[in-house]
Write a protein that binds this ligand. Structure first.
Ligand SMILES: [Zn+2]
Ligand SMILES: [Zn+2]
Length: 191
């Protein structure tokens, strides 16, 4: 079930890898699914193109699946297609080659972070964590069944997508409506 490529098996022209994996085989996605925050309807379709790039390994990836979530406005469950394209660059972990001695190592780490590098150690790269991270980054923070979702009435809880509630007529009674009817002294009257 692993998604591992051995560095020595990556040809100069690159190598394309395809996987189909259940979301439950990724620990974080499994947790999200168990909490009901996101249900994965289909397995993840994963395509990775692995290309040597000077002393780095570049990975162009596409992940696609279908998920079901609750709308953050109307709370109704809805399905949506999820697709993420990404490019990652992997570098061999440098901590072993540079002894942990203060500033020099810190600078290297910061620089590596800055250009968005991922790291591998040994002679193989395991893509499991990266794939999982990319899926999490794609999940909407506030899922919406539609951009135009009207949500629930904050007073009676009616789903306003399905129709109006009787609170609608009372809206004019909100405290701010009063301000409209106040007559402020105009500058002319003050003089
Ligand atoms: Zn909605
Ligand atoms: Zn209402």
């Amino acid at each position: 079930m692993s998604m591992i490529i051995e560095i020595q098996h990556i040809p100069v022209e690159g190598k394309r890898l395809e996987y189909s994996r259940k979301a439950e085989s990724f620990p974080v996605l499994k947790t999200l699914s168990e909490k009901g925050e996101c249900r994965f309807i289909e397995p993840l379709a994963i395509e990775l193109t692995v290309v040597p790039e000077r002393n780095l390994i570049r990975v162009d990836g596409v992940i696609a699946t279908t998920i079901e979530q609750a709308c953050s406005r109307c709370l109704a469950d809805f399905k949506s297609e999820l697709q993420r394209r990404f490019t990652l660059r992997f570098a061999r972990e440098i901590t072993a080659e540079f002894p942990a001695e203060g500033q020099a190592e810190k600078e290297i780490e910061l620089n590596a972070d800055h250009v968005g590098l991922s790291f591998f150690s040994g002679e193989a790269i395991d893509f499991t964590d990266s794939v999982q991270e990319q899926v999490v980054l794609t999940l909407p923070y506030k899922p919406l069944c539609s951009e135009a979702c009207k949500g629930l009435c904050p007073r009676c809880g009616t789903d306003l997508n399905a129709g109006r509630c009787s609170c609608a007529q009372d809206r004019s009674q909100n405290p701010f409506a009063v301000l409209k009817n106040l007559s402020w002294p105009s500058q002319g009257q003050e003089r």
